[in-house]
Ligand binder design. Structure first.
Ligand code: AHG
Ligand code: MN
Ligand code: MN
Length: 344
């Protein structure tokens, strides 16, 4: 645990007050992050109930599964997590509008409540395919400024590049519930102390090792990848005898939050590249509330994030649910993967 200057445990609240005192965030952004963290606590409790809470399985009912804008069947926990985040953020006056993986369009904060200067985007529950098999899932969020003079922001006002983010984070619901956060001054981890219900700072200033021997990709898509990806992974698998001169290990959780958290903890490279199945949609993972927040967190931790052909945070968004190919993690390894793509 990373104690404060007085040697006492540092709660998320204290961390944010000290960031505000240092002039790195304002009061509204502090409130926003506290509200999102509280919502993540509620989601953690809801996820943790599993079958006992009747929260497993697909959403929808007699009329059949409910399909979201992504064309994917929603899980009950996708819908519940989305509702928890909407409800938590409605009345505080810190937000102008919010957007979610689970909603076709963004939503301005209702007129009955005051509106603030921030836009919040989130994947309320990432890794949904793992819910029913008790594997770690999580929540991912990204914070942008609401454009000046816009009273009721619409989808178009969210289409800002990742470099415009003022904060980003994820909460992984695993053996521990851990919130990982950046406000643009490093990436920090807070573990939920369930006895007092408070997130406590456990790592200040995460640093991702620049080199790695571990890659994360869904190998079942190999035959659909573009040639540069085929060559890149082929050389990883060739190990010591191959051009990389070292053996690699592989992990694939199929929850981006869990794979990224492992990389935050011990390095690695995560990739969901283009393949001939997802290429028509631009990729698998969503830019605005998966790739961009994770890219901000990873870069702030000394790592790198790319589409394979462009720095992720510099992609100019064209749609709220736009998909992109993703390479992120240990800086040197991401640079290597980008080199293979540059060679064509
Ligand atoms: P979500 O559950 O929010 O739709 O996200 C799932 C994503 C991401 O978390 C994960 O890395 C990827 O989908 C897994 O894809 P495959 O199931 O194709 O491996
Ligand atoms: Mn997701
Ligand atoms: Mn999701």
């Amino acid at each position: 645990m990373t104690a404060s200057d007085d040697g006492k445990p540092c709660s998320l609240t204290r961390f944010l007050i000290e960031e505000q005192r240092a002039g790195r965030i304002g009061p509204d952004l502090r409130l926003l992050i506290e509200v999102v963290a509280r919502a993540c606590k509620r989601i953690s409790i809801t996820v943790g109930k599993g079958a006992l809470g009747g929260v497993l399985g697909d959403a929808g009912g007699a009329q059949g599964a409910s399909i979201n804008i992504q064309g994917e069947a929603q899980k009950k926990l996708d819908v519940l997590s989305n509702e928890i985040l909407l409800e938590a953020n409605a009345w505080g006056g810190h937000l102008a509008a919010l957007a979610s993986e689970e909603m076709d369009h963004s939503q301005p904060i209702p007129d009955v409540y005051p509106r603030g200067n921030y836009l919040l985007l989130f994947d309320p529950l990432d890794g949904s395919s793992n819910i029913d098999v008790n594997v770690s899932v999580g929540t991912i969020f990204s914070v942008l400024r609401s454009p000046e003079g816009v009273d009721r922001p619409g989808d178009e006002h969210f289409l800002q590049p990742g470099t415009a983010q003022v904060a980003a984070g994820y909460c992984v619901y695993g053996p521990q519930t851990t919130l990982v956060l950046t406000v643009g001054h490093g990436t920090h981890a807070f573990t939920l102390d369930r006895e007092i219900g408070s997130f406590t700072l456990t790592t200040r200033g995460i640093r991702i090792p620049e080199e790695t021997k571990e890659f994360a990709v869904n190998m079942s898509n190999q035959r659909f990848w573009e040639p540069p990806m085929q060559r890149y992974v082929g050389d990883l698998l060739a190990g010591k005898e191959g051009p990389r001169g070292k053996d690699f290990n592989m992990r694939w959780v199929a929850s981006m939050v869990a794979d990224v958290h492992r990389i935050m903890t011990r390095g690695g490279i995560f990739s969901y590249p283009l393949d001939s199945k997802c290429a028509p949609k631009g990729g698998k993972l969503r830019l605005m509330y998966e790739a961009n927040p994770m890219a901000f967190l990873v870069e702030q931790a000394g790592g790198a994030a790319s589409t394979g052909r462009q720095r992720m945070l510099e992609v100019q968004p064209t749609g709220l649910h736009q998909r992109v190919p993703v390479f992120l993690g240990s800086k040197r390894e991401v640079e290597e993967a980008v080199r293979y793509h540059a060679e064509g």
